[in-house]
Design a protein. Structure first.
Length: 92
């Protein structure tokens, strides 16, 4: 759940580069957590797609929303500074 806190603290309209453990990588902004009652889970986030850095299946459009499980997030980087805000640990 630590990644949820990081994503929610990113200012609106500030782009973050998010890499998923299945290989896709997007520039995303405007993060918000999906209401727990929808999936009976606190693990889902909604964001705006700003850019497609590396996408395995090109079914996503810039300017649309992306809903994802925070459990699939491998890394979060600041798009401006390149600083790493979050990296998934290999430890379970």
């Amino acid at each position: 759940m630590f990644v949820c806190v990081i994503l929610e603290r990113i200012p609106d309209d500030h782009e973050a580069i998010v890499t998923f453990d299945y290989g896709d990588c997007f520039g995303l902004s405007n993060f918000e957590m999906v209401d727990e009652s929808i999936y009976e889970s606190l693990d889902f986030c909604l964001s705006d797609i700003v850019s497609k850095v590396k996408v395995l299946r090109d079914v996503y459009n810039i300017g649309t929303k992306l809903e994802f499980s925070v459990n699939d997030v491998l890394k979060v980087e600041d798009a401006v500074s390149g600083g790493i805000l979050y990296r998934k640990s290999n430890e379970t």
